[in-house]
Write a protein that binds this ligand. Structure first.
Ligand code: UDP
Length: 481
């Protein structure tokens, strides 16, 4: 049905131009790039997705697109860095920006030379992390537009990176954690987008290369909307001096992230939710890359086990159901030194039977849209954040690294649609926050704000709304290149 709608819209608006897209091979980057592909396809462009032979999207789920694979070309040692959990993302990005250059150049030459006269290649859209692609595109006189898959603020704070480094914020020193960053309220030093790497110079080089390659590009696309990040978007236009387009949340244009999922999504998540009371379930998931320690897994499990006592108190006050269930995604290899949840005590499954359900990977979009879902304990990746916001689901914020830290502060302090756990992964604190979000007055107010924001975001996507209009401007811009 979705394909039919897309195809109908494509045929009606056919542009006779092809767009080449090149996502970074991680779930949180593949999803928004393929969502953007759907948007552009629906507006009449033909689509070719260039992807690495590592973490390739499933092309059979996209019968209307053309796919072209390139070798990621890593040495054995570098390839080992790809084993989950990824040890050093920055080292990996540094390597792949070199190893992909030749195969990518070859792919572009082939795709451009093979493109038909009726359907010439209009432009290339690549993930911002693929900074090497600007030089390749320039050498072939192909305009390149950049997709940045984080929120705007978390990228802008990298601009003064050398200064923040001097101040002891990158990498963060404990003694500096609570210092305010006056240029980026309400961020404190502890909220800056830290990414652990063995060689800090690699991070500086990566950021610098991304920034300059965006400045040399033909435009910058954000998966956000003006209602969420208006002033940051203005700053971005001033900094990069290329046309900026914010047409998010992308996935709301054509919901269906399951098609681009790299892991099989467990359908029992939905059948289990079907048997729960409305808005009663706390959904817990930390995305596709973040990891937790065994000790943290046990702290979470302990609270899950006690959710019944929490709700019993509430039950007496007549505010909630007699049980407060949870749906918990524990991705394989996401618990350090464990394959999955073997570290949980023997009695755990029996103790929570009926109240909780643990899966390896869920159809998250459907879970968040399900009427039984009442809250989301998230690592605050941008896709998860937008998916939650778009359904009016309020959140508990447990960020791990990078832009998640900034998203979390925005969720709790700017948009005020969630509670920050402040990195206190300890049963007493978790229990307090879960209770506040799910059953107390504070949570009710937060949920109300989340509902209001959901409505605002829906308006952004309607004709006359900012994301709708930016979508049209992007189409005109591509045609003008
Ligand atoms: N996701 C999913 N099933 C899960 C957990 C996550 O399909 O069990 C999807 C989720 O819907 C989102 C993406 O994986 O689109 C994760 O992206 P995000 O930016 O939230 O975080 P990242 O994985 O990049 O840290």
């Amino acid at each position: 049905m979705e394909n039919l709608n897309l195809r109908e819209s494509h045929m009606k608006l056919k542009k006779g131009r092809r767009v080449l897209l090149f996502p970074l091979p991680f779930q949180g980057h593949i999803n928004p790039m393929l969502q953007l592909a759907n948007i552009l396809y629906s507006r009449g462009f033909s689509i070719t997705v260039i992807h690495t032979d590592f973490n390739s999207p499933n092309s059979t789920n996209y019968p209307d697109f053309t796919f072209h694979s390139i070798r990621i070309g890593l040495s054995e040692e570098q390839a080992n860095q790809l084993a989950w959990p990824i040890g050093d993302v920055i080292a990996l990005l540094t390597s792949t920006n070199i190893t992909c250059a030749a195969p990518f150049h070859g792919a572009l030459v082939k795709l451009i030379s093979e493109s038909s006269e009726e359907e010439p290649v209009a432009c290339l859209i690549t993930d911002a992390d693929w900074h090497f692609t600007q030089a390749v595109a320039d050498s072939l006189h192909l305009p390149r537009i950049v997709l940045r898959t984080t929120n705007v603020c978390s990228f802008l704070v990298y601009e003064p990176l050398p200064l923040f480094h001097q101040k002891g914020y990158f990498p963060i020193k404990d003694s500096k954690a609570e210092e305010e960053i006056p240029e980026f309220p309400p961020l404190k030093a502890k909220d800056l987008p830290q990414v652990k790497t063995q060689n800090q110079e690699d991070l500086f080089y990566l950021v610098d290369s991304m920034m300059s390659s965006i400045k040399a590009s033909s435009g910058l696309i954000w998966n956000t909307c003006r209602d969420l990040e208006h002033s940051d978007l203005i700053k971005s236009s001033e900094l990069f001096k290329v046309p900026n387009f914010s047409l998010g949340p992308f996935y709301k244009h054509f919901p269906c992230t399951s098609k681009s999922s790299l892991l099989a999504q467990d359908p029992t998540s939905i059948s289990w939710l079907n048997n729960q009371a409305p808005r009663s379930v706390l959904y817990v998931s930390f995305g596709s890359v973040a990891t937790i320690t065994e000790a943290e897994l046990l702290e979470i499990a302990c609270v899950m086990n006690q959710l019944v006592p929490i709700t019993r108190v509430v039950g007496r006050r007549g505010l909630a159901n007699s049980q407060q269930p949870f749906l918990w995604v524990v991705r394989p290899n996401s618990v350090e030194n464990s394959e999955w949840i073997e570290v949980l005590p023997d009695g755990f499954h029996q103790a929570v039977a009926g109240k909780g359900h643990i899966v390896r990977w869920a159809p998250q979009e459907e879970v968040l849209a399900h009427p039984s879902t009442g809250g989301f304990w998230t690592h605050c990746g941008l896709n998860s954040t937008l998916e939650s916001m778009s359904q009016g689901v309020h959140m508990i914020c447990a960020p791990s690294f990078g832009d998640q830290l900034v998203n979390a502060r925005y969720i709790s302090d700017v948009w005020r649609i969630g509670i920050h756990l402040e990195w206190k992964m300890e049963r007493g604190e978790i229990e307090k926050v879960v209770k506040a979000l799910m059953v107390e007055e504070e949570g009710r107010k937060i949920r109300e704000r989340a509902g209001a924001l959901k409505e605002k975001m829906e308006l952004c996507l309607k004709p006359g709304g900012s994301s709708y209009e930016d979508g049209q401007s992007l189409v005109d811009h591509i045609l003008s290149l």
